[in-house]
Write a protein that binds this ligand. Structure first.
Ligand code: ADP
Length: 496
């Protein structure tokens, strides 16, 4: 077990001070690689959430962050990025311990997370927060972006450092103060990230941390001092969050929820590229053991290449097997918890019960960890439960299509609209199909390529039950700020 992870204190961080949770409720932490308990922490009570919200509100009102010169805020975020890089090993080992992320992937993700702080540090003095509207002569209307105030970032367990840093970098670069509530399954890296922000010179109260589960999260979301909630997690929780906010403090909420993203493969892809494409399809779908909201878990292959691609995809999936995340060579780790393992197993059983053919069965008779290998189904109807619902595991359902319009309508026949991939070398398809697809992020690929292609400029907005609100790139700075219009009349001609 990594020794660094034992430095986790399990505390909230409010106004720059480390505090005990304040209540009796303790949450146990379990390593999914061997199901051993690795520690516990006290959940933040609603009184502690109240202190965190008040601290963030006071820091915002005093202007210790947004009223400071851009070079100051830029320097703090840059320094934070450097410290995250310096603590790469410790942050990675914390995520490994909490949710079984393979150590090589965990290290890579810390690099991505540090990059978010650097990208948004650089954006601070390059983002023009406003414009001038057309008006009558003698008048002027400025349309200015202001920080929203106090933003709550509620994050899931699948990419602990990446999700936290993507949200916090955007929120803080736009001038807001923040409260982070990480998942109760992955609290360790969040604590260190906030500690490093303080070391980087972030004024106390600008970034606060509360720890706990849905009870803590709902207290935070409902708090009257929180102006915006930025949430990533399940559609079920997104729905609960929206109704709770509607019943309480009514505020904007940004939701990045579930997905059941389609992948369409047209027969026009070059025959020589097909083995690489099959490997890329499987690698993407199995990334993070399939626990990715944008995982392409519905694979549609055009008739003419169905048999060939099925064979290639099966061979690529067969070559992957989950193993000990502490091993430097492991590409695929366990699922993040026993609960998640049970969920995935129940979907596999539902697929079998609905008449699906298990081309590859990743289930194991192994009680010592949360391991399920790549699992492939064919022969399921589009309305089968495991084809419609998000599984969040290493399971792909594979089907055939015989026309472009059929492919599009089946891809869109989902309650979700998060992402999609189209494999084609046809220029017309490359332009027309994305317009027809209901998905916030569409990737069109003529050949296999390194992932990701867009870097930090990549932005997207989910639709349907996948949520709403733009994150990523410079556009995120608009999401995390609000519009204020200022009408100025300086001449009589300005009176309409
Ligand atoms: P997942 O199943 O992927 O963990 P959840 O939606 O349960 O997704 O959790 C995502 C985040 O939302 C976690 O930080 C979790 O503690 C938090 N959460 C869960 N329930 C609520 C709720 N009712 N209100 C606010 N946050 C919640």
């Amino acid at each position: 077990m990594p020794t660094e992870a034992s430095k986790f204190q399990g505390k909230a961080i409010i106004n720059g001070r480390f505090l005990d949770g304040g209540g009796e409720r303790r949450i146990a932490l379990v390593n999914p690689a061997d199901n051993a308990e690795t520690g516990a922490f006290a959940a933040s009570t609603s009184a502690q959430v109240d202190s965190a919200a008040k601290a963030a509100r006071a820091a915002f009102e005093k202007g210790v962050w947004h009223s400071q010169p851009p070079p100051f805020r830029k320097a703090v975020l840059s320094q934070w990025s450097d410290l995250i890089e310096k603590n790469r090993e410790e942050l990675a080992s914390r995520d490994l311990l909490d949710m079984g992320k393979p150590i090589s992937a965990a290290r890579f993700e810390v690099g991505i997370a540090a990059g978010f702080a650097r990208y948004y540090a650089e954006a601070i003095d390059k983002f023009y927060p406003g414009r001038t509207a057309p008006t009558f002569p003698g008048a002027c209307e400025l349309q200015v972006r202001r920080p929203r105030g106090v933003v709550a970032a509620i994050t899931p367990w699948n990419f602990p450092v990446v999700n936290a840093m993507m949200k916090l970098s955007q929120i803080l670069a736009a001038g807001n103060t923040a409260i982070l509530k990480p998942s109760e399954q992955s609290p360790r890296s969040a604590e260190l990230l906030v500690q490093l922000a303080l070391e980087a010179g972030m004024p106390p109260g600008v970034l606060n941390l509360v720890q706990g589960d849905g009870e803590t999260g709902s207290a935070l979301a409902a708090h009257h001092d929180v102006d915006l909630v930025a949430f990533t997690g399940s559609t079920r929780t997104g729905r609960a969050l929206m109704s709770a906010i509607g019943e309480s403090s009514l505020k904007p909420v940004m939701l990045e929820c579930g997905g059941k993203s389609p992948e369409l493969v047209f027969a026009d892809i070059a025959a020589s590229d097909r083995p690489d494409i099959a490997r890329a399809i499987v690698a993407n779908a199995m990334m993070n053991t399939g626990q990715v909201c944008v995982a392409r878990s519905r694979l549609y292959l055009e008739d003419a290449i169905f048999d060939e691609m099925l064979e290639l995809v099966t061979a690529a999936a067969r070559a992957m097997a989950p193993s000990d995340p502490r091993d430097e060579t492991t590409q695929m780790g366990p699922l993040a918890s026993r609960k998640q393992t049970k969920t995935v197993l129940s979907y596999i059983e539902a697929g079998v019960a609905d008449g699906g053919a298990l081309v590859l069965d990743g289930r194991r008779n192994d009680a010592s960890g949360c391991y399920i290998g790549p699992t492939l189904f064919t022969g399921l109807r589009d309305d089968a439960r495991m084809v419609r619902e998000e599984i969040f595991g290493p399971v792909i359902s594979i089907a055939r299509f015989s026309s472009e319009s059929e492919a599009i309508s089946r891809a869109n026949a989902s309650p979700y609209a998060l992402a999609a991939t189209v494999w084609t070398t046809n220029l017309r398809r490359a332009h027309e199909i994305p317009a027809a697809l209901n998905a916030g992020m569409v990737r069109v690929q003529a050949c296999a390529a390194p992932n990701p292609v867009g870097g930090y400029a990549h932005a997207g907005e989910p639709a349907k039950q996948s949520g709403f609100g733009i994150e990523g790139g410079m556009l995120a700075l608009e999401s995390f700020s609000r519009l204020q219009s200022i009408e100025t009349v300086f001449g009589a001609a300005g009176t309409p």
